[in-house]
Ligand binder design. Sequence first.
Ligand SMILES: C[S@@+](CC[C@H](N)C(=O)[O-])C[C@H]1O[C@@H](n2cnc3c(N)ncnc32)[C@H](O)[C@@H]1O
Length: 195
Amino acid sequence: MTEDRHARFSERYASGETPWDSGITPPEIVELLAILPAGSALDLGCGTGTVIRDLLSQGWRADGVDFVRKAIDLASAKLADFHSDSYRLFRHDVTRLDELPELRSDYDLIIDIGCGHTINGAAGMNAYAQAIAERLAPGGIFMLYASHPRPDSTVGWAPVQVERAFGRRLDLLWEQRSHDQAISAPTSWYKLRKP
Ligand SMILES: C[S@@+](CC[C@H](N)C(=O)[O-])C[C@H]1O[C@@H](n2cnc3c(N)ncnc32)[C@H](O)[C@@H]1O
């Protein structure tokens, strides 16, 4: 399944069909960065590095993971002005974070904007939630943006599924629902915190 996803995302980047790649950091993240002191962040499914660029601009250290070579190459180009000590990019599958020992176990902030919701099934979601919880510092924040399931798509997490997988490990601070016109789907932002 992950191979299929990788092939599909690779094709999207190769053809330039990447409507999510707006070059703009979502307001939910901008608002959070305005109140959090700079620390260390991990962006899962970082795409072309837009959020990482904004994190670095505000004094954060940041790591990004994405399994598409072109996305990582574009992110490298976008971050070229920043000191290479302040960020790391990994071309890797987020469902296999255990194979990335370079990642920290004390991130202040982990972000997933439209990546994890491609993982299907309770076992996969639980493993992903566990991997995230293990990499957050106590008090660390996890910001998640996920579409809800749709009949015509295998992508999507229902809020109840998110609560089941993540709620055991992290405290849900809030969920905000809206509707993504581009994909005609309901979506939710979640803010969670490691106890
Ligand atoms: C909808 S895009 C969002 C990209 C970025 N977060 C943004 O907001 O611009 C989802 C990203 O997650 C990546 N992705 C999806 N599944 C992944 C996986 N299993 N491992 C690593 N990256 C993955 C895709 O290559 C793509 O760049």
